[in-house]
Design a protein around this ligand. Structure first.
Ligand SMILES: [Mn+2]
Length: 424
């Protein structure tokens, strides 16, 4: 074990007096602080297996050392995050990067770290060694039925791995599209994709969900066959009750109103999952909350309002995951920052005075409505999030403890300085 539990306790004791002062100050103005803390304790964000190594761009990749070399080491890293913040209790695997050699030992390792298996992810955006057909011109949209069948069969294989591990959802992100006008017949591409997705959907176990993730552009730069929430919603609606739209924050055109998209998908019962990241320009995959924290809060505001309106459980009725990449930061530090940003935005959304907001909206009191939202956003909720961690035995200050215990240095010593995690 890299971090002995007593070291978490020791560090917490050092910070306890200051924490109590900050917590009591904020808690005094929260109406039901115990209920809020319980929601924070219950909320878990899945960590994708591909976010544990240094990410690259098409210009290069600068590995940081100590990256996980195997699925087992990736799970150890997520277990470490979970030990530090108790809000990262699930891992999302990517096939073929994370095919387990032994299901039972992987399940035992997950149990040891208190981790669940979140959605499994398929990959038809790359060609794998030995693969018969190429995905250069698409997978499920492809003009050749044999290519489409290969993509369908791969997704069914991913479901089988997920079943063995106890996962209950499949995320399908397709890079399919076209780079130039005239390359593709849009309608045929849609119909081929729908037909392929229907074959995968038919192989879905009864208790499973299927998430159809959309993305505006990249790697295709003229059209994307699942390009926006409307197209994803169309597929999900045609597929059936267990198919949902998945929103990735970085997959929109600039300035899209994501909070409105979230609200309407929830209204239709078709929002299935969420991929958190942040961006300035496109699919930048930056640390959650690092660029547009107010937008993140506004999204959570709609999530809380919409889930409450439908009687949904915040912690379990949607799939929550980080989908980010780290070019210049330590991946584990970046993930700690991302989870903290998500928890803070969630806590702020829980603080919104719903009754007062409805009254302001009904009275067309625009100024009051803005005040109500910004009162919640401008509350320093970090002591509430820290208190939730403290109560579950996690660290009051996860990032500080990660550094104080020299965890990255320990990982480099154990794994080497030239390790490169499988993934992008
Ligand atoms: Mn994503």
């Amino acid at each position: 074990m890299i971090l002995e539990q007593y070291k978490v306790q020791e560090a917490n004791e050092q910070h306890l007096a200051a924490h109590k002062r900050h917590f009591e100050f904020v808690a005094a103005s929260v109406s039901d602080v115990e209920a809020l803390l319980q929601k924070l304790v219950d909320f878990q964000v899945a960590i994708p297996s591909w976010a544990l190594g240094t990410g690259g761009t098409r210009f290069g990749r600068f590995a940081g050392g100590g990256e996980p070399r195997s699925l087992e080491e990736k799970m150890e890293d997520v277990g470490l995050l979970q030990q530090l913040n108790n809000s990262s209790g699930a891992i999302s695997l990517h096939i073929p990067w994370d095919i387990p050699s032994n299901y039972n030992s992987i399940k035992a390792l997950a149990a040891q770290h208190g981790l669940k298996f979140d959605a499994v992810n398929s990959n038809t955006f790359q060609d794998q060694p030995g693969q018969e057909h190429s995905y250069k011109f698409g997978s499920m949209q492809h003009v050749n039925k044999a290519v489409r069948k290969q993509a369908v069969d791969h997704n069914i294989e991913v479901i089988k791995h997920g079943v063995e591990l106890g996962s209950e959802s499949l995320t399908v992100w397709l890079s399919d599209g076209s780079c130039f006008p005239g390359q593709l017949n849009f309608r045929k591409a849609f119909q081929n994709t729908l037909e392929s997705l229907q074959e995968v959907y038919a192989a879905l176990p009864e208790n499973w969900k299927m998430f159809v993730e959309y993305k505006a552009f990249e790697p295709n730069f003229y059209s994307t066959t699942v390009g926006d929430w409307g197209q994803s919603f169309l597929y999900a609606s045609k597929l059936g009750d267990r198919a949902y739209t998945l929103v990735d924050l970085g997959h929109h055109l600039p300035n899209a109103n994501i909070e409105q998209i979230v609200s309407l998908l929830l209204m239709e019962g078709k929002l299935g999952g969420f991929h958190f990241n942040d961006s300035k320009y496109g699919d930048d995959d930056l640390t959650v909350g690092s660029i547009k924290p107010y937008q993140l809060f506004l999204i959570f505001n709609e999530l809380v309002e919409g889930m409450d309106a439908r009687g949904m459980n915040h912690a379990s009725d949607l799939g929550w995951m980080i989908d980010a990449s780290h070019n210049v930061k330590d991946p584990l530090e970046d993930l700690l920052q991302s989870v903290e940003a998500i928890m803070c935005a969630y806590a702020q959304a829980l603080l919104v005075d719903r009754k007062a907001l409805v009254a302001a909206q009904d009275a067309n009191d625009v100024v009051a409505a803005q005040e109500i939202l910004q009162n919640a956003f401008r509350t320093d909720v970090r002591p509430l999030v820290a208190e939730a961690r403290l109560r579950t035995g996690a660290a009051l200050q996860p990032l500080q403890l990660f550094r104080a215990q020299k965890i990255r240095q320990q990982l480099v010593a154990a794994r080497g300085s030239k390790t490169v995690a499988t993934g992008l």
